[in-house]
Write a protein that binds this ligand. Structure first.
Ligand code: FAD
Length: 506
């Protein structure tokens, strides 16, 4: 121990460095404290907690999984105002979690991680941030799968004289009233934005590469009586959550094993469209030609009605070029615009943090993942000892709450740290390449029959090679079981040798 302290004189060292303070990072922080670990920091590039729910403040931003399921199991909130609560309430919930679980002393804002390098001699991560350097025995990277906005490389965009912003960086200072606005993209954010800005703007042109399947959103205010019941009898909140979870758990079989059964759901979605869209030409433009569920199913009651309004044009092609204030679609359609809003998603399969993580052999995580992201149980990549990713490869969900997956990954993290304790001394765990391969082989085998791979669409679930490295092809309970314990047989145990650095001893 004395030797260890000496090693770190004049240098900050923590047991665990968590990167990111969204649901993943805050959840990790709570779990660490519950495991009795207080020697940790949470490094956050922004000035407050919240991640997704801090950054996405666009009009209409809300979750599309019911709030009682889209929240931590260990922090039930009897006060959710709606079945699908809005961004403001989810953000406030995360601030509340940071207070109630006494996470503030651990939070380090304005600390963007710029580099993390594995130090094989001292078995630690050397971390460079915009607010200073430190080292950690273990890194828990919770930088989010949807946290770095992606704006496509559109020729001429630089010459556009008007306003340009991404849905996740909404410019609230820009007044859209009466403006000619182009919305690029028709994903989960765009379908929330369109009905919210349509009444205000002069003209709205929607550039749609692929139409989404849109189902009705069963959203309503949660009554005062329900909230009082949840407050008085906390088990009713758990019960509600359990029912919401169970329904989704049953539904997932159709996505993962029986995509042909989804035809019935497509009929419901088509009826949802037909109710609002009377013009057959517009209906044709909006009708998807791929299996429902292949891309994320979107929920909205006001998207189609907004598209039917006279100040909206749907261009059934992507934005291909910008010539001054003229926007040109891939099919040659032209539209004039004062502002362009990109609802074009995020860097998901090419997560920027991977460029900044340098592993045992000197290669970055991005280089290691150049042919596709792979990690053991969605968490540990080979050659990156004591480095865990929360919402790593193949841990996303097409139909349920990501918080369920995050909590499973936190179980894994807790056991990982326990195993390191049991090993004692200076030790690190490095996922064995064979174990990583075997895990991913199983995942990809199961993926073959899922709707995400067979449904005939191109989605952000697929990487540049067409491989699905984002979604978990099973139920959340299966993932929970798979991440309950760390199997040491899947890891090499590294020990610091006296002078020569680390050596594998198992
Ligand atoms: C608009 C929108 C709606 C969504 N709705 C749902 C939903 O209804 N249901 C659902 O299950 N999921 C939904 N999601 C997915 C959502 O991202 C996850 O559910 C969850 O919030 C992810 O949490 P996270 O902590 O992993 O990532 P994030 O919330 O993205 O947090 C990552 C944090 O890491 C920080 N960070 C990143 N890089 C660095 C760095 N280098 N150094 C320091 N800090 C860094 C970021 O600033 C951020 O605060 C939605 C996503 C979006 C964008």
């Amino acid at each position: 121990m004395a030797e260890r302290e000496h090693e770190h004189v004049g240098h900050e060292h923590v047991r665990v460095a968590v990167v990111g303070s969204g649901f993943g990072g805050l959840g990790a922080a709570v779990r660490l404290r519950r495991e009795g670990i207080t020697d940790f920091v949470v490094l956050e590039r922004a000035g407050s907690v919240g991640g997704t729910w801090r950054d996405n403040s666009y009009p209409g931003c809300a979750c599309d999984v019911p709030s009682h399921l889209y929240s931590f199991s260990f922090a039930p909130n009897p006060e959710w105002p709606r079945t699908f609560s809005g961004q403001r309430h989810i953000h406030a919930y995360l601030e509340h979690v940071a207070d109630v679980f006494r996470l503030r002393p651990h939070l380090r804002f304005d600390s963007e991680v710029t580099r993390m390098t594995w130090n094989g001699e001292l078995l630690r991560w050397d971390i460079e941030t915009t607010s200073g350097n430190l080292s950690a025995d273990v890194v828990v990277s919770a930088t989010g799968p949807l946290s770095d906005p992606k704006i496509p490389d559109i020729p001429g965009l630089d010459s556009f004289p008007g306003k340009v912003f991404h849905s996740a960086r909404w410019d609230h200072g820009y007044d859209l009233r009466g403006k000619r606005v182009a919305m690029v993209g028709t994903g989960a954010s765009a379908i929330q934005i369109v009905p919210n800005i349509q009444p205000r703007v002069g003209r709205l042109t929607l550039f749609q590469r692929t139409p989404p399947w849109v189902m009705p959103r069963v959203d309503r205010a949660i009554s005062g009586a329900e909230r009082a019941l949840h407050r008085a009898l906390p088990f009713t909140t758990r019960l509600r959550r359990g029912v919401l979870w169970g329904i989704r758990e049953l539904q997932v079989q159709a996505f993962t094993k029986h995509p042909h059964e989804l035809g019935f759901v497509e009929q419901l979605a088509k009826r949802n469209m037909a109710r609002a869209i009377k013009d057959p030409a517009l209906r044709a433009k909006l009708t998807p030609d791929y299996r429902i569920g292949c891309k994320r199913i979107l929920l909205s009651n006001d998207y189609y009605p907004a598209l039917a309004r006279p100040n909206v044009d749907v261009v059934a092609a992507g934005l291909a070029e910008v010539r001054g204030s003229t926007l040109v679609a891939a099919d040659g359609t032209e539209a004039e615009a004062d502002a362009i809003v990109f609802g074009t998603g995020f860097h998901v399969t090419d997560m920027p943090i991977a460029e900044r993580v340098v592993g045992a052999d000197g290669r970055t995580l991005a280089e290691t993942w150049k042919d596709g992201m792979e990690a053991l149980r969605g968490s540990a990549a080979a050659g990156f000892p004591n480095f865990m990713t929360v919402i790593g490869p193949n841990t996303g969900l097409g139909n349920s709450s990501m918080i369920l997956m995050i909590e499973s990954q936190l179980n894994y993290m807790a056991d990982y740290l326990r195993q390191l304790d049991v090993l004692g001394g200076r030790a690190a765990l490095d996922a064995r390449p064979a174990a990583v391969r075997a895990w991913n082989h199983r995942v990809q085998q199961r993926m073959r029959r899922t709707v995400w791979n067979t449904g005939g669409c191109t989605s952000w679930y697929l990487d540049a090679h067409g491989r699905n490295t984002t979604v978990w092809p099973g139920t959340t309970s299966e993932f929970r079981r798979a991440t309950r314990h760390v199997d040491l047989g899947e890891y090499d145990v590294l020990r610091a040798s006296d002078r020569k650095g680390a050596e594998a001893v198992a």
